[in-house]
Design a protein around this ligand. Sequence first.
Ligand code: GDP
Ligand code: MG
Length: 455
Amino acid sequence: LQERLSGVFDRLTRRGALSEEDVSVALREVRVALLEADVALPVVKDFVAAVKEKAVGQEVLRSVTPGQQVVKIVHDELVAMLGGVAEDEGAQAGQPFELRGLGLNLNVTPPAPILMVGLQGSGKTTTTAKIAKRLAEREKKKVLMASLDVRRPAAQEQLALLGIQAGIATLPIVPGETPVKIAKRALQTGALEGYDVVMLDTAGRLAIDEALMAEVAAVRDATKPSETLLVADAMTGQDAVNVATAFKDKVGLSGIVLTRVDGDARGGAALSMRAVTGCPIKLLGTGEQIDKLETFHADRIAGRILGMGDVVSLVEKAAETIEQDEAEKLAKKMQSGKFDLDDLASQLKQLLKMGGLSGLMGMLPGVGKIKNQMKDAKIDDSMIKRQLAILSSMTKEERRRPEIIKASRKVRISKGAGATVQEVNKLMKQHQEAARMMKQVKKMGKKGMMRHGLP
Ligand code: GDP
Ligand code: MG
């Protein structure tokens, strides 16, 4: 898109208000890009109309070209339609790390039933196990999984096997039971044995049919789920609207999980589904392995749908988010050669604001390889958030004078952050290295100046 757009915008260098003609020309290209990303046609039409209304007549800012401005309007509108900027940083930032969850509603008398619905092969069973594992590990929930798929041979065994791999209990299989009966037994077992959450994995079909919908609706009536999640393949193209509408109308949905986001799909289905159902996209499946589950960030998917991997937007974003005084403060610090844990914390926060490591990486062309290496080394945003949690469970004094943090303080800090002492140690070491580098920068600066005859 960027290339095509810059072609158009090279011709639009004039300043002033964006005219209807300017915007229409640009939006023709946006339309093609959205269709290429597999956004459903009616959704594309609505989107383009909404952007047009916003863009025409807007004054072109002095610091950007009209092209950049339209791209920004398109991008912002896309983020808004996808559900806005993620809440988890804002709403949950005050909570200790282990309470920051997947954004699922478990706020009912336990066990909370979570109903997983979707077409066959969309990833329901895999995602059921992924969510269960995450709830158990991060949120310390006791989770029971039950497969209601009595149609596909060995479907129940598939879930049982995943349960063994993930260390999550599954409901014992009783041959011949109906889905409703299995669901009821799962909830009874859950209540009797003190489970917090019961995950109900349903059967799917290759296409939507009435019998499937009726079956899922009966399970819903029997269990009153606190979450009903539609699991959908990111590759779902124009069909996304039909699938999402059918499940929403017949079963009711509280959220959407998009799977196979690790594939080539540009994720247009996210926009289609969100637009027609109004349901939030809550989670993303990013691989076959059981730990490949991420919370949804509208801005990242927006960038992916538009295919905006370019340095200009990186620069723009950086300029937007790094407040001037923050930058000046940091520059002063670097000159002074001092770098305490507060400085580390503000750097990490800055990084997150800029869309996190993956957001940053996604904007640089040709960094796919580095990104994979980072993934292998488990360097990601959740690590940054974890480090921030550790930093925020330190006292002010400790952050200013890290040398006072001895063993007993480390234990307290790690407990407060829901982390291990090893993680605290690792962070301290990382900080020491950064501080050492700052000192070197200062020394080098002096030497350089001396060479030029300055004090
Ligand atoms: P179900 O029929 O909806 O229960 O789908 P399954 O959970 O059985 O998944 C179907 C296939 O998709 C399996 O081979 C999974 O390993 C694979 N799968 C599920 N989620 C993802 C994902 O996020 N990424 C990738 N690459 N594969 C996935
Ligand atoms: Mg299944």
